[in-house]
Design a protein around this ligand. Structure first.
Ligand code: NAD
Ligand code: MG
Length: 391
């Protein structure tokens, strides 16, 4: 029996993880569930799974939850100290890092420092602090397993022990990252100025939280994933090729020196990579329908046009500059996306805000957490200011 902590249990990844846990109660039990402030959903989840701990972001939501589940044995904690505690607790075997954004960094690092198996969905934490993050994984012998579907696919296509080791030294020629192109892949770029948050969040193939849905529409998601792949598999961006693949059936590929290309396929459902990482190296039923290739019929691959997706070039630039520039890219993107979702800026302003922030902030080595958080805070301040005065 493995004990799990799910950071971000009320979100899309949290929900998919709990769906698998519910199918395998003989294998997995819950140590802790955490949420931002979705009280109703947490009450439901605590009743269904009876975790030992539940963590809410603020003290008031924690008090309300505690009152509502007073009849359960679940103990309620609050805030970042609560998150860190349940991520690092000695009893915990597996931590699912599924909080969205930079706020996920500290609890994820706590799990790494405690040497846990970490199922990483929270790509922002790896993007902003990659070098330090991977050093800590090595130092504490944590078992980092990617849940992002592309990186889980690549992981499945690589020889064992590939995480954190330069895979080009293991016969790999290229990593081929696939992306659907998002909901606006076919619309006239001139119309992008008028698209709404609802349209941006209506992804053709995947059902995800709002932030990553917008990232998929701008393809900043693929840019963040390019950086994520560079850190996870210890390669430069020149070894990562991005291809548009509208069907989202091939989740990514690895091209080897001998001419072999290995792809991982499946229906677009996050329960597959989550189940893979939960049970690895075993295989368990995830509840995902078997892939019917006859029904899919056709698999298309095309180049991603960077003029349609300026965020891709921004992510490449951030990787080239290195150090704190990736925290700056990520923070500016988080702020711009939040303002787009709140209708304060238009869709095409998102890359403009990020670009201006990257131009105006001087970046340097990202040797320690303080430096990274300072860069993150400075980028957030400047992005907020640019949104206020207009870009
Ligand atoms: P979501 O918005 O559906 O859920 C986010 C979760 O984080 C929620 O449980 C929320 O309560 C929690 N949270 C948000 N802000 C918080 C805060 N300040 N403090 C504590 N908790 C907070 O997002 P999601 O789609 O599940 O994505 C989660 C992460 O997984 C993201 O980093 C995303 O990029 C990554 N990811 C998601 C998918 C997907 O299919 N949804 C696929 C690949 C990677
Ligand atoms: Mg992905």
């Amino acid at each position: 029996m493995k004990l799990l902590t799910i950071l971000g249990a009320t979100g899309s990844i949290g929900q998919s993880t709990l769906d698998i846990v519910a199918r395998h109660r003989d294998r997995y039990a819950l140590y802790a569930l955490t949420a931002n402030n979705n009280l109703d959903r947490m009450i439901e989840l605590c009743r269904q799974f009876e975790p030992r701990y539940a963590v809410m972001r603020d003290a008031q939501s924690a008090r309300l939850l505690s009152d509502q589940i007073a009849d359960l044995a679940t103990e309620v904690l609050a805030g970042e100290p609560g998150l860190v505690e349940v991520a690092a607790a000695i009893e915990v075997d597996i931590v699912v890092a599924a909080i969205v954004g930079a706020v996920g960094l500290l609890p994820t690092l706590a799990a790494i420092r405690a040497g846990k198996r970490i199922l990483l969905a929270n790509k922002e934490s790896l993007v902003m602090a990659g070098a330090l993050f991977m050093d800590e994984v090595r130092q504490h012998e944590a078992e980092l397993l990617p849940v992002d579907s592309e990186h889980n696919a690549i992981f499945q296509c690589l020889p064992p022990g590939a995480i954190g080791r330069d895979v080009t030294e293991q016969g790999v020629f290229k990593i081929i990252l696939t992306g659907s192109g998002g909901p606006f892949r076919d619309i006239d770029p001139a119309e992008l100025g008028d698209v709404t948050p609802e349209q941006a969040c209506a992804h053709p193939n995947w059902d995800m939280g709002p932030k990553i849905s917008v990232d998929s529409a701008t393809m900043m998601n693929k840019g963040l994933e390019m950086i994520e792949a560079c850190w996870l598999f210890a390669v430069d961006q020149s070894a990562v090729e991005i291809l548009l693949h509208r069907q989202s059936i091939v989740h990514s590929m690895v091209s080897y020196l001998d001419g072999s290309v290995i792809a991982q396929m499946g229906n677009p459902d996050m329960r597959t990579p989550i189940a893979n990482a939960l049970a690895w190296p075993e295989r368990i039923n995830s509840g995902v329908e078997p892939l019917n290739l006859l029904q899919v019929g056709q698999l298309d691959f095309t180049l991603a046009d960077e003029s349609r997706y300026p965020c891709l070039a921004l992510a490449r630039e951030a990787w080239r500059r290195g150090g704190t520039c990736m925290a700056v890219l990520n923070a500016a993107n988080e702020i711009a996306v939040e303002h787009f979702l709140n209708r304060n800026i238009g869709f095409i302003e998102i890359p403009k805000v990020i670009n201006r922030v990257m131009e105006q902030i001087s970046t340097g080595p990202a040797d320690d957490l303080d430096t990274i958080f300072q860069a993150d805070a400075e980028a957030r301040r400047l992005a907020q200011q640019l949104v206020r005065i207009g870009v």
